[in-house]
Design a protein around this ligand. Sequence first.
Ligand SMILES: [Cu+2]
Length: 401
Amino acid sequence: MRPPLHPPNGRPYQPVATLNGWTLPWRMRNGVKEFHLVAEAVTREIAPGMKAHLWGYNGQSPGPTIEVVEGDRVRMFVTNRLPEPTSIHWHGQRLPNGMDGVSGLTQPSIKPGQTYVYEFAAQRSGTFMYHPHADDMTQMAMGMMGFWVTHPHDPHVMPVDRDYVFLLNAYDIDPGSYTPKVSTMLDFNLWTFNSRAYPGIDPMVARLGERVRIRVGNLTMTNHPMHLHGHEFVVTGTDGGWIPASARFPEVTTDIGVGQMKTLEFSATAPGDWVFHCHKSHHTMNAMGHAIPNTIGVEQRDLAEQITALVPNYMNMTGEGGTMADMQMQMPLPPNTLPMMTGTGPHGSIEMGGMFTLVKIRADLARNDYRDPGWSKPPKGSVAYLWLGEEPHLSRDRDVK
Ligand SMILES: [Cu+2]
């Protein structure tokens, strides 16, 4: 993750931090902000140990974040270096119909080698995305998407100290291979933030007491209930605009539907390493074996070896004989494959993958420091501890009269 890009020209604004990503620089020409997006094949590390061959923009999937200010005149040069036609739709923007980027409807598709120009004024502040509207299913399954933030004209409107942005995306990449399957409809096996899976996702850091905003867009094919530990947040905006303060309510989980964006805000009131994740438990795992019989209660150590002989790449769910992490240790993975559940914390295996990261809140963090501060060191006496006395036997079902 690169630190936020402070605007070198144009109207001032408080820049965003793109999770495992960066903001696209621009050129100011006669008062117009000019950007250049290049649609091209890219290699993205999903997490250490696994790379994917994707399509994206300017060397990365998702493409770089675009940041402008309400009222800015924007000119987007879009060059197609893919092997097939494309276009860009500017999701959520008010713009002239002919700039909407729907291939065949509002413009001819951009053929390989061609460059098209989109030009419009950023009319309202808020949270937006961009993605192709040409061969949509293939191009989004390959990772073509990006984030767009239009900052308020007045930088003192709804100020925050940290403003994180990322897209939810999903891939179907067979263990041992590199290229997503593009005809998959629902059964994706890699659930990612900005095309990264835990533990490959950077933490979102904040100084104790800071106001934090997290903007999330969903370009997967299913909904994601996003959950924050230890803090309540309010949803302050959608891709349709800011929500009036009188209509906001506190939550700790908010569902983000397909094609939606939500903006969450909270005050970082408690120091520590707090989880922020999708609450669908199979979305906090990496590529796994589905459609297997229930193995709870079954001795698995021998079973795993026998099934693996019949079904290559089989991975079992937890049964008798150890934790998921133990099981994985016994089964060699094909090359370029992430363990299903992974990540190691200060107390052992976290047993998580996929759409999972940490919000790290520290009292001693500098205001503009975005580096990972390492693991939290909680005060003595504030951590769950091992009980060495007698089991208390306070009450059980059979005791209830
Ligand atoms: Cu999810």
